[in-house]
Write a protein that binds this ligand. Structure first.
Ligand code: VGL
Ligand code: ZN
Length: 202
């Protein structure tokens, strides 16, 4: 069985949003079409409390995109984004939600960030996604969404470590930085994952 995982296709990651990923809106028609080709479709949702420590606004004198030490881990400081209950945290209205069977929220703890849909950045707590997929006998996981160099990348790495055959759908992701995207792709390939294009699925 194979599943499609749609990562963080939320207003704040789309042009016009607080942490817009360049071209982020362009993946949505692809993500909608892809859903027709899978046994299971699930999504993740970045879902931060307003006091989240990944926000530069919660650190005196710190700038957006500065890197700090947060509880022993490197943390990029982001603009406020995907705050629980706000419009920016909602899924894009262009995204077809009907086939999505479950939504896994992440980044809900103020002291630790959570890029992956599986675990927080310290691998301390699970979201339950891995057991959910295994319970549905999923062996292959196809990943699409935003941002390719952060949440998609960390999700793909954890998927590989959890033993899923993992595919990143290259034209159904967009990155914050191109350089970061190239590094992410190399690392996914090195760890045994694959990158594919949506035409090979359609
Ligand atoms: C993301 C930075 C901060 C993402 C989430 O979805 O890639 N990036 N929070
Ligand atoms: Zn976030």
């Amino acid at each position: 069985m194979r599943a499609l995982l749609l990562v963080d296709i939320q207003n704040d990651f789309i042009p016009g949003g607080a942490l817009a990923v360049p071209g982020g809106d362009e993946i949505i028609p692809v993500a909608n079409e892809l859903q027709n080709y899978f046994d299971l479709v699930v999504a993740t949702q970045d879902w931060h409390p307003v006091n989240h420590k990944s926000f530069a606004s919660n650190h005196n004198g710190k700038e957006i995109f500065e890197v700090i030490d947060l509880n022993g881990m490197e943390q990029v400081l982001w603009p406020e984004h995907c705050v629980q209950g706000t419009e920016g945290a909602e899924f894009s209205k262009m995204l077809d939600m009907n086939k999505i069977e479950a939504i896994f929220r992440k980044g809900t703890e103020s002291e630790i960030d959570s890029y992956s849909g599986f675990y927080d950045n310290g691998h301390r707590k699970s979201t339950g996604l891995s057991n959910y997929l295994k319970g549905k006998n999923i062996k292959e996981l196809y990943v699409a969404g935003l941002a390719a160099d952060y949440c998609v990348y960390y999700t793909a790495k954890d998927a590989l470590a959890e033993g899923f055959a993992t595919f990143m759908i290259e034209d159904a992701v967009r990155a914050i930085s191109q350089e970061g995207f190239e590094k992410a792709k190399e690392d996914i390939l090195r760890k045994g994952g694959k990158t594919i294009k949506s035409f090979s699925i359609f």
